[in-house]
Design a protein around this ligand. Structure first.
Ligand code: C2O
Ligand code: CU
Ligand code: CU
Length: 479
């Protein structure tokens, strides 16, 4: 269930409390229950240099929770950190009260306190969870996990694996270094120093030879935008940001030193995973002993392998023709003819003023804005001076959000509580795709459409966490 290598099992350190009951929630009658301990841990990310002062969901490094579509589950979060936290379920469409945003949907979970989240996933697919409190530091120290919501009916893969892609910001001694620098926060954000897959720099996963592997990639970094391709096997993208794509498609080639901006071949799309985004791949594994690599693009057209997949056992003889579209999730189709358009401008902060709230790890800087409005951050909107939602929209109606990036930096814009359909970009073709996090590249305008079918105050923010924490955040009220 947890994608653990022997290395992690052997070398992960103490967690400060007893073994955790992390696991599958697949009971069929009453609500399933999962215990989610949140505590300090140690992990060997750089060989022989264990990183102290990590934070983890459970003692075992990268955590995967397995839920089932339509099945009620109670998740008991146990805060064993020395600071407050919350758990936000990124992409899971559920009631506002379970959304895990401090002061907005719940009070922070105090030190030593427990808090139960009550979820019934509507949608199958790959989602993730993370704190929404002191978010930069807590995610940077390791608090990010993946939620696999299994289809109510098994779609027939021979193996199913999760890879979390993310960096850690470590010095040469393997210990954390400062997570943010103002001069980066005002640009693309502060990159980590060690890129990992499942907290490892050299991840190996075995899968049945000739089998169909479902590989779920989740970019849970606070800053880095990954571009990914797979070498050594036939591959199709079957879902993006949790939701099935209508027709599985092949992955466009990565840039090379000679061709730094390759044009995607017809019917292929690049797999670009900005912070918060996911991609489910169907991979036809080669014959026994065959090697498949998952590769990421680096600047200048270079590439690097982030994970190696090794085919084992007697061949299962599956074919690319065996890859079928996954069953669609129950999303409401927006009515584009009547949809109301709402404009958002992603830009600089109107005056660059320092913020005031120090609660929940807010930073003292304001570099960014949506519609030139400041938001005091997720810490504590001052009740004496509440900032209006960026937009108040009507329950049940269709909307087109036109999001315009007037900066030169990437902004993965995330909406809580609902999924939207990508309609168009002023710069590129977009694959047909439902999402909760739309990447806006430099000067890009993207339009998305959705039905406002989930009541509540929903956070709407950039998922480059330094941008979120320095102003690029707001609320959308659905009532
Ligand atoms: Cu990934 Cu506000 O969330
Ligand atoms: Cu979210
Ligand atoms: Cu941003």
């Amino acid at each position: 269930m947890l994608a653990l290598s022997r290395r992690n099992l052997l070398k992960l350190g103490t967690f400060g409390f007893g073994a955790a009951a992390l696991g599958y929630a697949r009971a069929s009658t009453a609500a399933a229950e999962i215990t989610l301990p949140i505590g300090r841990t140690t992990c060997e990310i750089m060989p022989t240099l264990p990183t102290a002062a990590m934070m983890g969901y459970g003692p075992t490094g990268p955590t995967v929770l397995h839920l089932t579509q339509g099945q009620h589950v109670l998740i008991h979060a146990q805060n064993r950190l020395e600071e407050v936290t919350t758990v936000h379920w990124h992409g899971l469409r559920g009631p506002n009260a379970q959304d895990g945003v401090p002061y907005l949907t719940q009070m922070p979970i105090g030190v030593g306190e427990d808090y139960t989240y009550d979820l019934t996933p509507k949608d199958a697919g790959t989602y993730w969870f993370h704190p929404h409190c002191n978010t930069l530091e807590q995610i940077a120290r390791g608090l990010a996990g993946v939620v696999v919501v299994h289809e109510a009916q098994d779609p027939g893969y021979d193996a199913d694996e999760v890879i979390q892609l993310r960096d850690f910001r470590l010095g040469n001694d393997g210990q954390f270094i400062e997570f943010t620098k103002p001069r980066n926060a005002v640009r693309g954000g502060t990159l980590g120093t060690v890129t990992t897959a499942n907290w490892q720099t050299d991840l190996h996963i075995t899968a049945p030879a000739g089998g169909l592997l479902r590989l779920r990639l989740a970019a849970t970094d606070v800053t880095r935008v990954f571009q990914i391709a797979v070498t050594g096997a036939e591959v199709r993208v079957i879902a993006a940001d949790g939701h099935p794509v209508p027709a599985p498609y092949a992955i466009a080639d990565l840039p090379t030193p000679k061709n730094r901006e390759p044009v995607a071949a017809p019917g292929t799309w690049p797999v670009i995973l900005a912070p918060g985004q996911r991609s489910d791949l169907a991979i036809v594994m080669p014959a026994e002993g065959g090697i498949v690599t998952v590769d990421m693009a680096l600047p200048g057209g270079a590439q690097k392998t982030v994970a190696t997949l090794i085919a084992t056992g007697p061949t299962l003889g599956r074919l690319v023709a065996d890859i079928k579209p996954l069953p669609a999730n129950p999303l409401s189709e927006p009515d584009l003819a009547t949809a109301q358009r709402v404009d958002f401008t992603i830009g600089w902060s109107p005056d660059g003023t320092a913020g005031t709230s120090g609660i929940c790890g807010d930073t003292p800087y304001r570099f960014w804005s949506i519609n030139r409005k400041l938001w005091p951050g997720e810490g504590a909107p001052d009740p004496a001076n509440p900032l209006a939602p960026l937009a108040e929209i009507t329950l049940g109606k269709s909307y087109i959000f036109r999001m315009k990036n007037e900066t030169k930096n990437d902004h993965p814009i995330h909406l809580h509580g609902m999924a939207f359909k990508l309609l168009s970009s002023n710069q590129r073709d977009l694959p047909p795709h439902w999402s909760d996090t739309a990447l806006l590249r430099a000067d890009e305008t993207v339009e998305v459409a959705f039905v406002a079918d989930n009541p509540g105050d929903w956070v709407f923010h950039c998922h480059v966490i330094e941008h979120q924490k320095t102003g690029l955040a707001g609320l959308i009220r659905v009532a």
